[in-house]
Each structure stands twice: as structure tokens, then as C-alpha cells.
Design a protein around this ligand. Structure first.
Ligand SMILES: *[C@@H]1O[C@H](CO)[C@@H](O)[C@H](O)[C@H]1NC(C)=O
Ligand SMILES: *[C@@H]1O[C@H](CO)[C@@H](O)[C@H](O)[C@H]1NC(C)=O
Ligand SMILES: *[C@@H]1O[C@H](CO)[C@@H](O)[C@H](O)[C@H]1NC(C)=O
Ligand SMILES: *[C@@H]1O[C@H](CO)[C@@H](O)[C@H](O)[C@H]1NC(C)=O
Ligand SMILES: *[C@@H]1O[C@H](CO)[C@@H](O)[C@H](O)[C@H]1NC(C)=O
Length: 478
């Protein structure tokens, strides 16, 4: 009978905690992620996903070239054109500004004439492969919002892999393979992004679309197609972003697919233009890149609408009482419920999932508390969304009612207050792990055995205990 009552109460509480977010009273959660718009009825708020604007992310990256001495110009070199071995007027000299081709030139302003570009040494050590890794690091999780576009000044590579990391470069996974012959280079069937479907969107493909350097001399770009992938959910002109957002809200693998901390361009084989490499004139073979485009936004887990670049570091300006570079934690004292990602979808379909204040006043029964000065106050967020607070006490305090704190007293649970009784230890600042033979929120009661409850403390309010236990369950479940 008792357990039936407890379970019923718990059910109501859990249900109410989730249900509450859909009440209009909770709309204020979107305060920082809404804008005023004019409608036929006058001024109104337009609620939106709480995320920073998409910007040119190449301003905030650090580029690393491997091997480090693969950039041309030291010693100076003269290059010939791939198409014409007698046309040798491309000179690289690292010590002369006009003739140097350092990596920064891939990220400078384009539209300059002549174009500026990074260039590798030539394929001096043929047949040893000429391989270069270009690693772009943000030291911050970012979400791609548009195609990644590389523009080559040389012919486009015959083999390359675009890789991504989600953990600051500790582990890498391929994003896309590029080759003139996918089967030969990577034993993969060639595919194009147009062959992908909603179901296969996360497949890693090898494409031959961007590797025909010699024949298609005028096409110098290599893409990783983000928008075509978005279009599988949002429609051809991305007119139905709500549908895409709905998917992103519910599918973590999809969200993660477009999320990176680093990108790596692995150049595996330069353009050769012919089937045979001309060993007598290896200065025709090299890599040169004039531009790299990466559009994206800081990943703030939908808890920030601005991201700032300060002291060489990107960081979200977290709202909703969250914190961390990606707003991926609740602020101190705001662990009233488990952290959770916000929502792409505006209210009423989505929820901001704000972190809630956590105080002993509100949820004393899950703090391991000092029984000499905490009152146990129990919020019952059941039915109708209002908070009823029942005040009670446990332990010695009961015998000294004059010490009972005022209802308004707010106590924050910190280490100073973690005192479990009878040898119990505090677990995660949240509850006491009792030693054998004891039970209760603060391990204040002896466990019952064989129907006998020896040493049971006398002063317990049975109603209080009845209320305490389901609340503990509720919080452990969150
Ligand atoms: C490039 O990076 C890959 C791992 O992503 C590594 O296996 C390879 O050795 C690197 N190549 C060079 C030339 O540094
Ligand atoms: C780069 O440095 C390594 C060792 O530091 C050397 O073996 C290699 O020849 C150098 N490569 C170039 C292109 O200078
Ligand atoms: C990356 O960012 C973290 C903080 O988010 C910082 O501690 C670390 O020094 C940064 N690393 C680099 C290489 O900038
Ligand atoms: C080969 O390269 C050299 C420069 O390294 C150049 O002078 C020469 O004209 C090139 N062409 C042929 C066909 O050898
Ligand atoms: C964060 O917490 C403070 C204090 O509890 C509260 O006033 C504020 O509304 C909260 N922020 C949001 C966005 O809910």
C-alpha cells in the first residue's frame, strides 16, 4: 500500500517536471533567443533556436602543415607548368616576400591579382609519395553550415582525403575520399553526393567529381557538400529548415556529422595530368592552394546566441544558466536538473532546457546536509505547475525548533554542508551512501531487519518520510 502510494506520487512528479516546459509561463526561457517582429496584429516575438550566427570560420583557425618543411622556398625552387614542361616561370623563395607561399595565404582575402597561395615543394623524391597534411584547428567545437571549398592553384590532387576530428585532433575519421579512380586509390566504388538519401546521409563516400585536374583545367575547386546533405531533409532550396532542425533535435549522430573541432586535408597524390609521371621533370608536380572556405558557427549546444573570439580563443556566451566553452554544463549551483542540449525548434515544439537553480531550500533532501542547520523543505512540482513547499525537519533540529531557518533562507549545497551520519559518505554532493545497517536521507535511521527496526529514531514524521523518498527517486532518475 505504501509503495503503491510512493510510485504514484513519483509518477506525477516526473510527469509534471517535463510537462511544465510547455506552459506559456516557460516562454521566458527563450528571452535571449527571440526577436521582435511586426505582424498584422502588431509587434510580436519571434522565437528561434538559440545559436550563434554562421560566419567565416577561417578567421579563427590555426593551420599546421605536415611535414613541417614541405612548404616551398627553402631552398628556392623553380616550377614548370603541369601542361607544359617548357613553361617554367613559377618561382618560390621563402626569403622574398613576393615569391614566398606560406600557409596563411590560403586564408587571406581573395580577389587579389595575382592570386596568393600556399605551395608545397615539388615531387623531388619520386617515386616516394608526395604527401602533405594540412590540419585546421579551432580548439572549439564548431558546426558546419555551408560547403567546405578548397581552391587549387595547381592541378587538383589525384588522391586526397578530407578528415575530421571531434576531439581536438586526438582521433580522426574520414569525411570524404577524392580520387581520379576511387577503386584503384581506396578500393571504394565511386559515388556522388546526389546518390545519397536520408537513410545513407552519414555514409562516407569516394567521389571522382573533383579530381580531373588536367582535362578540366578551369575547374579548380574541391568541395565537401554540406548543403546537398542538408537538402535531403530541408528540401532542394533549404526552404524547410524546420524539418532539418527536427531531425537534428532528435538525432545525435546527424548533429555530430556536421560538427568538428579540426579538419585535415590529406594530400596523397598531386595532379600528374598523364598516366605516367615524367621523371625527368619533377618540378611539374606539386600542390598549391589559393583558398579554403569553411563556414560554420560555434557549437553552443543551443544555449547561446553569441560566440566571442577573445585572446585567440573562441567561446560561447552561455545563457540558460549553462557554462563551459560549448555551454555543455550547468553553472555551479544550477544542477537542479540534469544538463541537456537546448532545442533547434522554437516553443512550443522545442524547449530551452535551462539549468535550474539547486539549493537546499528547494531540494534539501538530496543534499547531504548538516542536520544542525538545514530544514528539509520539499518542493512538490506536481499538478498545475505551481510549487508547494512543505517544511519539515529531521535530526536534532527538531528538538530545537528555535533554530529552524526562515522559509526564505536559501542554502546552497556546497562541500561545507555534506555531513552524513553513522559513517555514511557523501556521493556526488547529492546523497549519502550509508554504511551497513543504516538508511535514510542522512543515514539517520537503522535498517529494519526481520520486522524489527532497532534503533529507529523516534522523532521521524512519517508523512515527511513518505514525501522524501519519491523526491529522491525523482532526482536520481534525472
Ligand atoms: C597525416 O595524418 C594521418 C592521420 O590523419 C597520418 O596517418 C599520416 O602519417 C600523416 N601524414 C603526414 C605526411 O604527416
Ligand atoms: C624535411 O626535414 C626532414 C628531416 O627533418 C628531411 O629528411 C627532409 O628531407 C626535409 N624535406 C624537405 C623537402 O626539405
Ligand atoms: C584550447 O582551449 C583550452 C580551453 O578551452 C585551453 O586550455 C587550451 O590551452 C587551448 N589550446 C590551445 C592549443 O590553444
Ligand atoms: C625541366 O625542368 C627544368 C627546370 O628544372 C627546365 O629548365 C626544363 O626546361 C624542363 N623541361 C624539360 C622538357 O626538360
Ligand atoms: C538563471 O538563473 C537565474 C537565477 O536563478 C534566473 O533569474 C534566470 O532567469 C535564469 N536564466 C534563465 C535564462 O532562465
Amino acid at each position: 500500500m505504501l509503495w503503491a502510494a510512493l510510485l504514484a506520487l513519483q509518477g506525477v512528479c516526473v510527469g509534471a517536471a517535463h510537462g511544465m516546459q510547455h506552459y506559456p509561463a516557460a516562454w521566458g526561457h527563450y528571452d535571449v533567443c527571440k526577436s521582435q517582429i511586426y505582424t498584422e496584429e502588431g509587434l510580436a516575438w519571434d522565437y528561434m533556436a538559440c545559436q550563434p550566427e554562421a560566419v567565416d570560420m577561417t578567421k579563427y583557425l590555426r593551420v599546421t602543415i605536415d611535414p613541417p618543411n614541405i612548404t616551398c622556398g627553402d631552398p628556392p625552387e623553380t616550377y614548370c607548368a603541369l601542361e607544359n614542361p617548357y613553361m617554367c616561370n613559377n618561382e618560390c623563395d621563402a626569403s622574398t616576400e613576393e615569391l614566398a607561399h606560406p600557409p596563411e595565404l590560403m586564408f587571406d582575402f581573395e580577389g587579389r591579382n595575382p592570386t596568393t597561395f600556399w605551395q608545397s615543394t615539388s615531387w623531388k623524391k619520386y617515386p616516394k609519395p608526395l604527401q602533405v597534411n594540412l590540419t585546421l584547428s579551432w580548439n572549439k567545437t564548431i558546426e558546419l553550415t555551408d560547403d567546405i571549398i578548397l581552391t587549387f592553384e595547381s592541378g587538383r590532387p589525384e588522391q586526397m582525403v578530407l578528415e575530421k576530428s571531434l576531439d581536438q585532433g586526438r582521433t580522426w575519421t574520414p569525411y570524404q575520399f577524392y580520387a581520379t579512380d576511387c577503386l584503384d586509390a581506396f578500393t571504394m566504388e565511386p559515388k556522388t553526393v546526389n546518390e545519397l538519401t536520408q537513410r545513407t546521409l552519414l555514409d562516407i563516400i569516394c567521389t571522382e567529381d573533383y579530381s580531373r585536374g588536367y582535362v578540366w583545367k578551369n575547374d579548380k575547386t574541391v568541395r565537401f557538400e554540406i548543403k546537398d546533405r542538408f537538402a535531403l531533409f530541408a528540401g532542394p532550396r533549404l526552404h524547410n529548415m524546420a524539418s532539418l532542425y527536427g531531425q537534428l533535435d532528435t538525432t545525435k549522430t546527424l548533429r555530430d556529422f556536421f560538427t568538428i573541432t579540426d579538419l585535415r586535408i590529406r594530400l596523397l597524390k598531386p595532379a600528374t595530368g598523364a598516366t605516367m609521371v615524367d621523371e625527368n621533370n619533377l618540378s611539374r608536380y606539386f600542390y598549391a592552394i589559393s583558398d579554403i572556405k569553411v563556414q560554420g558557427r560555434c557549437k553552443c549546444n543551443l544555449h547561446a546566441n553569441t560566440c566571442v573570439y577573445d585572446k585567440g580563443r573562441l567561446g560561447c556566451e552561455c545563457e540558460h544558466n549553462t557554462t563551459g566553452p560549448d555551454c555543455s554544463r550547468c553553472k555551479r549551483h544550477y544542477h537542479g536538473r540534469a544538463w541537456s542540449v537546448g532545442s533547434y525548434l522554437p516553443i512550443p515544439k522545442g524547449t530551452a532546457n535551462i539549468c535550474e537553480y539547486y539549493s537546499c531550500k528547494e531540494i534539501a533532501m538530496i543534499c547531504c546536509g548538516d542536520t544542525t542547520d538545514i530544514a528539509v523543505e520539499i518542493p512538490l512540482k506536481c499538478s498545475s505547475g505551481t510549487v508547494k513547499v512543505r517544511t519539515g525537519t529531521i535530526g536534532p533540529l527538531q528538538k530545537h525548533p528555535e533554530h529552524q531557518p526562515q522559509k526564505e533562507t536559501t542554502r546552497v549545497c556546497d562541500n561545507a554542508m555534506l555531513r552524513c551520519q553513522n559513517g555514511g559518505t557523501c556521493h556526488h554532493h547529492q546523497r549519502c551512501h550509508c554504511s551497513a545497517g543504516f538508511t535514510g536521507v542522512l543515514c539517520e535511521r537503522a535498517r529494519c531487519s526481520g520486522g524489527e527496526c532497532d534503533g529507529q529514531s523516534s522523532g521521524q514524521d512519517p508523512l515527511l518520510l513518505l514525501l522524501l523518498q519519491p523526491m529522491i527517486l525523482v532526482f536520481l532518475l534525472h
